[in-house]
Design a protein around this ligand. Structure first.
Ligand SMILES: *[C@@H]1O[C@H](CO)[C@@H](O)[C@H](O)[C@H]1NC(C)=O
Ligand SMILES: *[C@@H]1O[C@H](CO)[C@@H](O)[C@H](O)[C@H]1NC(C)=O
Length: 344
C-alpha cells in the first residue's frame, strides 16, 4: 500500500471524528481525540505533500540551494547573483512585508532569465515548478490577442485573487511581459501596492517576477562603454544600471510601457542580465555535454562555440543568443557522430 493511500484514508477518518464532535456534545471526547489526530495527520500530510502553512518548510528560502544552483548553472551574471538572493531573503524574512515583492528581469535572450526564475521556484517550494502555488504566464500563449486585453485582465485578477486567498505565499511569473497587451499589467497593480488587504485578502506576501528582453541593447551599450574604458565585466554595479532604468530603458514599448507599476515605483528590483561572452558560452557547452554523460574535449567545445554568432562585428565580444541555442547545437554535433572529437 502506498503511503498516500494510507494518509488519505486516515485523513478521512479524522474528518469523520471532527464532524461527530460538532454534531454531538456527548461525544466531545472523541472530538478532541479526533482533532488531535487530525492535526497530527495534517503535519504528516505536509511532510509528504505540499502545504501552504507557516510550519511547512518551503516558506523558508533555501539560500544554500539557490546559491548552489547559481554557481553551477549561471554564468557571467554577478549582479543577478547578489541582487536576487538579497531581495528574496529580505521579503521572506518579514512576517508583515509592506507590499508584495516585485522583481523585473531584463536583458538579452539566453542570459538565463528563465533559469533564474526556475531556481527561485525550486529553492522556495518543495515541488518546485510543479507546485500548486507557482503560476507561470507566457504573454504570447496566455494573452495573445490585443483586442481581448480587458477580458484577460479580469481573468488574471480573478486568478491572482483566488490563488492568493488559498495561499498568501504564492509566486507569479510573467514571461515576455513586453508582449503583454498594453495596459493589462495595470490590472495587477492593486495586488502589489501598499494595501494591507483587499476584501480581506492580504497580498503582501506574494511574489511577482517579470521577464522580458527589454533593456538588452542599452545594457550592451553600457558594457561596451565600460569595455572601452578597460573595465572588467565584474566592475559593473547596480548603480551603473540605475541610470538606464531612470532613462526608462527598461520600459520600452509593450507590457510595462507607461504602466502604473513603473510610474508608482512598484517594481522593487530591476535585475539586469548581461550579454554573455564567448567564455561563458563555452561553460554552457561543457555543461550540456556533461549532462549527456559525455566528456567534451577542448576541440569539441571550440567547434560548437565557433558556430554561435557574436557581436558587435568589430570585436565579437558578445553572443547574440547567449546559451539559448547551445543545447540544440550540442545535440546536433553529437548526432553527427563526431565521437572522435569527443573522445580524443
Ligand atoms: C537546502 O539545499 C541544500 C542543497 O540543495 C540541501 O542539501 C539542504 O538539505 C536544503 N535544506 C533544507 C532545509 O531543505
Ligand atoms: C489559480 O491560477 C490558475 C492559473 O495559474 C488558474 O487556472 C486558477 O483558476 C486559479 N485558481 C483560483 C482559485 O483562482
Amino acid at each position: 500500500m502506498k503511503p498516500h493511500w494510507i494518509l488519505t484514508a486516515l485523513t478521512g477518518l479524522a474528518i469523520v471524528f471532527n464532524a461527530e464532535a460538532s454534531v454531538s456534545i456527548g461525544v466531545a471526547s472523541i472530538g478532541i481525540v479526533g482533532s488531535a489526530l487530525y492535526a497530527g495527520f495534517d503535519r504528516v500530510r505536509c511532510a509528504f505533500y505540499e502545504c501552504c502553512s507557516p510550519r511547512s518548510k518551503w516558506t523558508k528560502l533555501n539560500v544554500t540551494a539557490l546559491n548552489l544552483a547559481f554557481s553551477e548553472n549561471l554564468y557571467g551574471q554577478h549582479l543577478v547573483q547578489t541582487v536576487v538572493p538579497r531581495a528574496l531573503k529580505s521579503h521572506l524574512g518579514q512576517d508583515q512585508p509592506n507590499k508584495a515583492l516585485v522583481m523585473s528581469f531584463h536583458g538579452w535572450t539566453g542570459g538565463g532569465k528563465n533559469y533564474v526564475a526556475r531556481f527561485i521556484t525550486d529553492s522556495l517550494y518543495k515541488l518546485g515548478t510543479r507546485s500548486q502555488y507557482v503560476h507561470f504566464f507566457v504573454s504570447t500563449i496566455h494573452f495573445p490577442h490585443k483586442e481581448q486585453s480587458d477580458i484577460y485582465k479580469l481573468h488574471l485578477q480573478d486568478w491572482i485573487r483566488g490563488n492568493v486567498s488559498k495561499c498568501e505565499r504564492s509566486l507569479f511569473i510573467f514571461d515576455e511581459i513586453d508582449k503583454m497587451p498594453v495596459g493589462m499589467i495595470d490590472g495587477i497593480k492593486p495586488f502589489i501596492d501598499y494595501h494591507e488587504n483587499i476584501d480581506g485578502v492580504d497580498f503582501r506576501k506574494s511574489i511577482f517576477i517579470f521577464l522580458s528582453n527589454t533593456g538588452g541593447p542599452e545594457i550592451t551599450r553600457l558594457m561596451l562603454e565600460m569595455w572601452r574604458k578597460g573595465k572588467s565585466r565584474e566592475e559593473i554595479t547596480m548603480a551603473d544600471m540605475e541610470h538606464l532604468i531612470e532613462r526608462g530603458a527598461f520600459s520600452e514599448k509593450g507590457g510595462l510601457h507607461k504602466s502604473e507599476l513603473i510610474q508608482h515605483s512598484l517594481v522593487d528590483f530591476y535585475v539586469p542580465f548581461l550579454p554573455l561572452e564567448r567564455r561563458h558560452i563555452e561553460f554552457c557547452i561543457r555543461d550540456e555535454v556533461k549532462r549527456r554523460g559525455l566528456k567534451g574535449s577542448k576541440e569539441f567545445i571550440k567547434v560548437v562555440a565557433d558556430e554561435m554568432t557574436y557581436f558587435p562585428p568589430e570585436n565579437q565580444l558578445f553572443s547574440t543568443t547567449g546559451c539559448k541555442r547551445v543545447s540544440q547545437k550540442v545535440s546536433y554535433h553529437i548526432a553527427n557522430e563526431m565521437y572522435d572529437v569527443l573522445f580524443d
